[in-house]
Design a protein around this ligand. Structure first.
Ligand SMILES: Cc1cc2nc3c(=O)[nH]c(=O)nc-3n(C[C@H](O)[C@H](O)[C@H](O)COP(=O)(O)OP(=O)(O)OC[C@H]3O[C@@H](n4cnc5c(N)ncnc54)[C@H](O)[C@@H]3O)c2cc1C
Length: 460
């Protein structure tokens, strides 16, 4: 018997950050009839298994670390912090909205929530289980995942801190989990094929963060491939091959966490059949988030443009405005603040020094490594770096390694958007003693009359 298709103005595939924003905006601004299809978890990755739970673990880890390292120095008697991971996990879970609540919220807002896996059966038609959904506009927002071998653990599901943990991948996710578990008491080694951790960040920031992590006895192995993993009793044995061709070596770990190489969730969609072009990293989109097939847009991690929650939401809004005919501006990613939420955090906005040179700027760089506030938290490694154009003096990029670096670069991103110069940053008033004043201190180093006053002004 032929299925009778249910008609919608928009069908959104996925229930994550991109999908929810798109669905809400289409209903609010265009009075659209919207269906949202989710196969695994309402709410998607960010609140359930990505941003929020990892930040919860990092907060717990920072507290344990401060109790162990700062309390004795400050004269606060606590005894050593002991982490009960099952309870930390319980607390982390308590912060989540339940699946039932997500579903109720979607339905109360008027969205038709459809549980199941979506597959294209035609350019305007999708099958989800027994249901067929038809729409003139379809948004693919199916996200991404890590490709995992069987010995990998889902670190958010552990109830006990493993004695040792090998983290494969030294990007944001690997570094955040690595430091959290190290501070929970595991012996942690982080391996990455790139020449440095946080390979997308400015090289100096990456070096400052590496120094901070190594000072906590987190082992960093860069320029290596983790070639093979095999289970041996209660341990995993990793064969690690240096990229310089020298002899591979083995390392034992009680658990392995794979935090590298994200792949798009596209296999089940049958995109080829409807002419949606993809690459290995994701769905190809233009600056209005249109795919190569008319009537089909894509947003969020599945596009692999920049895999962050605010970008998923931003892309969803650009796509919805475009699909309902609004003369929407093209997507612009030029001033994008990001952070790795380790302690210290690594925050960036704008161009790295390397990118600025590649783009042909006459590059000026000023750095400041400490501010007074570091003394109070015992921070030994930090960086406030400004990359600017020497001709126009315009700030091209800011790179910060410090507690609160995410907040700092977020605030300054407005300055970059408005075309601030390094002299504007030097002339600012500032709050003392803050972490963020490190940017002004760095900027003053670019101004001859101010440069030699910086050390006494910011450290006394
Ligand atoms: C550990 C970790 C920590 C992170 N921390 C941060 C952070 O602090 N800040 C930040 O900005 N970003 C962070 N990110 C990135 C952020 O989580 C993602 O960029 C964001 O969640 C992407 O949203 P999305 O809507 O594109 O995808 P998702 O939220 O993943 O939603 C996609 C949904 O589609 C569903 N789906 C897939 N295929 C189908 C199908 N065929 N049919 C129906 N449904 C389907 C999936 O089940 C999924 O729920 C983190 C990522 C990870 C892994």
């Amino acid at each position: 018997m032929a299925l009778v298709g249910e008609q919608f103005d928009l069908v959104v595939l996925g229930g994550g950050s991109a999908a929810r924003d798109a669905a809400n905006m289409a209903m609010r601004d265009y009075d659209a009839r919207v269906a949202l299809v989710e196969r695994e978890r309402w709410g998607g990755s960010c609140p359930n298994v990505a941003c929020s739970p990892t930040k919860a673990y990092l907060v717990a880890a920072e507290l344990a670390h401060d109790v162990n390292t700062r309390a004795p120095v400050l004269g606060i008697e606590t005894g050593p912090a002991r982490v009960d991971l099952a309870k930390v996990r319980e607390w982390k879970e308590s912060l989540k909205r339940s699946q039932e609540q997500w579903l109720r919220d979607l339905e109360e807002s008027g969205i038709t929530a459809v549980a199941g896996q979506a597959t294209f059966t035609g350019p305007r038609t999708l099958r989800v289980g027994e249901r067929e959904l038809d729409a003139d506009r379809i948004l693919v927002a199916t996200g991404s995942r890590t490709a995992v071998p069987p010995v990998h653990v889902s670190a958010l599901d552990l109830n006990e801190v493993p004695r040792s943990l090998l983290v494969v991948g030294g990007g944001a996710v690997g570094l955040e989990f690595g430091q959290a578990f190290s501070r929970f008491g595991a012996q942690v080694r982080i391996a990455d094929a790139a020449g440095r951790i946080a390979p997308l960040a400015d090289a100096d920031s990456s070096a400052a963060l590496a120094a901070a992590l190594e000072a906590e006895e987190i082992e960093l192995a860069t320029n290596v491939f983790v070639q093979r993993l095999r289970q041996e009793g209660d341990e995993v044995v990793a064969t690690i091959a240096p990229r310089d061709g020298s002899e591979p070596y083995e390392r034992h770990a009680h658990r392995v966490l794979l935090a590298s190489g994200r792949v798009p969730n596209v296999e089940e969609l049958d995109l080829d059949a409807v002419g949606v072009e993809t690459t290995r990293s994701g769905i190809t989109v233009d600056e209005h988030l249109r795919t190569s097939a008319p009537g089909i847009w894509a947003a969020g991690d599945v596009t692999a443009v920049a895999q962050f929650t605010p970008i998923a939401q931003y892309q969803a809004r650009v796509a919805v405005a475009d699909m309902f005919g609004k003369d929407a501006p093209a997507a612009d990613y030029s001033v994008l603040p990001t952070a790795i939420f380790t302690d210290p955090e690594l925050g960036s906005v704008g161009l790295t020094e390397e990118q600025a040179r590649e783009q042909g700027h006459d590059v000026g760089v000023v750095r400041n490594e400490r501010v007074k506030r570091f003394q109070f938290v015992g921070a030994e490694h930090g960086l406030f770096k400004i990359v600017f154009d020497r001709g126009s003096r315009k700030v091209l990029g800011l790179h910060v390694v410090s507690r609160s670096a995410g907040e700092i670069v977020q605030g300054f991103s407005l300055g970059l958007r408005l075309g601030a110069t390094v002299d504007d940053l030097a002339a600012m008033h500032h709050v003392f003693p803050t972490f963020g004043e490190g940017i002004k201190a760095a900027a003053e180093r670019a101004v001859p009359d101010m440069a030699d006053l910086v050390d006494s002004a910011f450290m006394d």
